[in-house]
Design a protein around this ligand. Sequence first.
Ligand code: ADP
Ligand code: MG
Length: 261
Amino acid sequence: MTKEPSRSTAPIIRVQDLRKKYGQFEAVKGISFEVYPGEIFGLLGPNGAGKSTTLEIMETLREKTSGKVQIAGFDLDADPSAIKRIIGVQLQASGYYPGLNLIQLLELFAGLYNRAINPMDFLALVDLKEKAKAKFKDLSGGQKQRFSIATTLINEPQIIFLDEPTTGLDPQARRNLWDLIAGIRAKGTTVILTTHYMDEAEVLCDRVAIIDSGKIIALASPDELIDQLVATGFERPKEVKRANLEDVFIHMTGKALRRDV
Ligand code: ADP
Ligand code: MG
């Protein structure tokens, strides 16, 4: 997938010394990072690291305890509604009205944003035109994720936030989603995503922040992080394989989308 350097411009997101306490427990312990326009930026880390908390604060959906967040020049404390207008947020599946089909759901979202859209255009973007009349609950895991990504695009956002977009998907559906996310970025949208799949981050992300127990312990491009590790004398214990089991699986079952994907 193409990776586009984009450092010549000012950051589109600035997070400075961000902290979040849940009662006495500090889930985010003073993290700082910047994201540049057109990047795919990954927040990586094990469960409980503080990825979703950080994302939800940037999305204006969760209060921070302290720190400074600026998104596209808007300060989170001063102007959250301006931020809401220029970002796309993936909602949890439970947020979808069960009685509505995909077209009706997209129309509902468009109404919330006060936008006139053609729902079929958005379904085409995520390869779901054939499911236009289906209910969300009747979609496969990959289809659900693709639909929820379509909903993030309705207000033509500058930035979209995706929280573990590929967790629980099979290899074909995951790769299909990587293509979709790379395609959204290719049109100029900045993408912030969380994942605990390192292969995904390596393929998709321009830069990643590794978060552990609420702190950023590394921040660089995947290649830079790998080079830094190799420079310490690190070697894999075994001879590097020229393919892995996932390659075998994809080779045998095909990369093409399944009807169910
Ligand atoms: P991640 O997304 O990296 O798995 P989270 O941001 O969801 O991590 O959670 C970070 C830490 O904060 C975890 O220890 C989690 O249990 C805790 N936490 C998250 N939300 C709440 C909450 N609403 N109340 C109390 N603790 C929370
Ligand atoms: Mg999470």
